[in-house]
Design a protein. Structure first.
Length: 355
């Protein structure tokens, strides 16, 4: 298991004090929010790379694990034998996340792609240090290449669509021709708009969506948003806690990573595994004394639709009801309908979270 202390041992710069790391993280956060025009050409210092890796790598790993947990086990089995191409790998974030989740003993070569030489140096140092016994070959490059078709190709975009546009991303997809494709992007409206453009292009190429959409039918949130002129978008929110050292850095830097909004999408091409038709929890609407109100996305005869559920607290134990408050948005679940209420909400008789 990858831990904060293990990551810290293999940073480019050793011995950085927590307050120094927090100061660097504040500058990085400003770059990704207030001064975004400098992102594509950003030159990272060794100190900045080390600060980024010590905080954002372990917290971003949680998003990867969450999305993997929502996929069918048959898809996860396919992923464990793929070549991995992590585009915009940074300090090796999703290569580390992949190996931590799957082990990597049966996977193909690992490719980390990034234009930053200091990030590539950090990725190489981290992967070599964290997984010294790994027999799989690792490659770190500045641009995508040509990859063997003998094994599946798992292409990951981690915060890359955020710095590009849908056309640029699709050119990379066409070149790699991935069998599996994962996006983990910031949960903001501008990225959602670009993600929907990519989704349409992927549909034309024969890809299937396994997460978060139960099908490639038109997105009901996008349709409603455009029709009513609303600023609405679909995203996930991971909720949880990190290691104490990571939480401490977040407190010092005033960055909350206990609730992370992101846009996670997973697609396949040529897989025999069909998307699950589970319902997705997409927005927490309200909590009353007697119930939780959720907005969900589900598959119906007409395609995908939004719906509102009223989930009575009485169907849970006290412990279960407490856990429901902490549930990550984007979780798959199944439910049994009780009745449709006058306001159009669906009252739930029973509910089970998919393992």
């Amino acid at each position: 298991m990858v831990t904060y202390q293990n990551i810290k041992r293999h940073l480019l710069i050793q011995g950085l004090q927590d307050r120094k790391v927090a100061h660097l993280l504040e500058g990085i956060k400003e770059l990704y929010t207030a001064r975004r025009e400098g992102l594509p050409s950003k030159e990272w210092s060794a100190e900045e790379v080390s600060a980024y890796a010590s905080f954002y790598l372990p917290t971003n790993m949680a998003k990867f694990s969450f999305v993997m947990d929502q996929l069918p086990k048959e898809i996860r089995e396919e992923l464990s034998h793929c070549q991995i191409i992590d585009f915009g790998t940074g300090p090796g974030t999703y290569l580390v996340a992949y190996l931590d989740y799957f082990g990597g003993s049966d996977c193909g070569h690992l490719y980390g792609i990034d234009i930053s030489e200091s990030m590539i140096q950090q990725a190489s140092q981290l992967l070599g240090g964290l997984f010294p016994d790994l027999k799989t070959k690792m490659h770190f490059e500045g641009e995508v290449g040509n990859y063997s078709h003998a094994l599946g190709r798992f292409l990951i975009f981690g915060n890359s669509l955020n710095e590009m546009n849908s056309d640029e991303v699709f050119k990379i997809i066409k070149k790699v021709d991935p069998t599996h494709l994962l996006f983990l992007e910031p949960g903001v409206p501008t990225v959602f708009d670009e993600m929907m453009k990519v989704r349409d292009l992927l549909k034309g190429e024969g890809y299937s969506c396994h997460y978060p959409c139960p099908s490639m039918d038109p997105c009901p949130i996008l349709a409603t948003s455009e029709e009513l002129g609303e600023d609405d978008w679909c995203h996930q929110v991971w909720r949880g806690t990190h290691e104490p050292e990571v939480e401490h850095l977040g407190q010092l830097a005033r960055i909350d990573r206990k609730a992370m909004a992101f846009i996670g999408h997973f697609y396949t091409k040529g897989s025999s595994v069909q998307p699950q038709e589970s319902t997705r929890f997409i927005r927490f609407l309200n909590e009353t004394k007697h119930s939780f109100d959720w907005q969900v996305c589900r598959k119906c005869e007409e395609g995908l639709e939004k719906a509102e559920l009223e989930i009575p607290k009485k169907i849970f134990s006290k412990k279960e009801a407490k856990e429901m408050k902490k549930l990550s948005v984007g979780t798959n679940f199944n439910y049994e309908e009780d009745k449709i209420l006058g306001n159009g909400k669906i009252r739930v008789k029973s509910l089970s979270i998919n393992p």
